[in-house]
Ligand binder design. Structure first.
Ligand SMILES: CC(=O)[C@@H](O)[C@H](O)COP(=O)(O)O
Ligand SMILES: NCC(=O)COP(=O)(O)O
Length: 237
């Protein structure tokens, strides 16, 4: 079964835009779980442009499904994750000033670094996932890091799918088949949406989790949060 983890970054974006606490990210996280989401994802960036480090602390006691914290493992991020101890940490190699996550790890060049940081989280009973492109040697490199899971970076698929190119899923299918053979768990995320999620899921064997935020929040502006969460869950069955 593929779990839906709702990324609530954009709720924090809206909250921060007026300097107050509306919408409240903790209440939103409680509501999406009540609507059926099987996880909550946050990505506290170094500039705290949306999710703040304090949000991670506040959410810990309220996320009773799976709590996934994503980010570049700089020292402050590592310390926050070790303090909060979420279900899962997803390591993403994005630059401090990146407008959004825009690349997977080079798991070969960064092997030694990733081995150490992954081991530190695992020694604290935090499941690890690393953000990767659907490139077979990168999947093999991910196995060498000792990570529990990979997260397939799906922006390229989503863009090509929107142009009608369904074959764009093929590298992801091949990457998933390799990951399964290596005993790596498979997550996926970035620009997944109601339009593309069922086709993607149907072509990825043993997909364990999708984390979705930007499109889900945008779709919810028109169709309502509870309705959209239910629509994703239906498409992921
Ligand atoms: C890793 C990834 O693709 C997303 O999880 C990321 O959290 C999106 O970040 P923004 O919400 O800052 O665009
Ligand atoms: N890991 C992907 C994620 O959490 C949400 O990405 P997006 O749906 O906001 O593009």
């Amino acid at each position: 079964m593929t779990k839906l983890s709702v990324n609530i970054n954009k709720i924090a974006t809206l909250r921060n835009s007026r300097g107050g606490d509306v919408p409240n990210v903790v209440e939103f996280a409680k509501d999406v779980q009540r609507f059926g989401a099987e996880g909550v994802t946050i990505h506290p960036r170094p500039d705290e442009r949306h999710i703040r480090y304090q949000d991670a602390r506040d959410l810990k006691s309220e996320v009773y499904t799976e709590f996934n914290i994503e980010g570049n493992p700089i020292e402050s991020f590592v310390n926050l994750v070790l303090e909060v101890k979420p279900t899962q940490v997803t390591l993403v190699p994005d630059a401090v000033d990146a407008i959004t996550s825009n690349a997977g790890w080079d798991t070969i060049k960064n092997k030694d670094f990733l081995v150490d940081v992954i081991k530190e989280f695992q020694n604290n009973d935090i499941r690890t996932s690393i953000f990767v492109d659907p490139v077979l040697e990168q999947i093999e490199g991910a196995k060498e890091t000792g990570t529990d899971r990979i997260e397939l970076y799906t922006e390229a698929f989503a863009h090509q799918y929107s142009l009608g190119n369904k074959d764009a899923v093929k590298p992801y299918t091949k990457s998933a088949e390799l990951a399964n053979s290596l005993g790596l768990g498979i997550n996926a995320g970035h620009d997944l949406s109601l339009d593309n999620i069922k086709y993607f899921k149907d072509n990825i064997p043993e997909l364990l989790e999708v984390s979705i935020g930007h499109a889900l929040v945008a779709e919810s502006l028109y169709m309502g949060v509870e309705n959209v969460v239910q629509m994703y869950l239906h498409r992921l069955k």
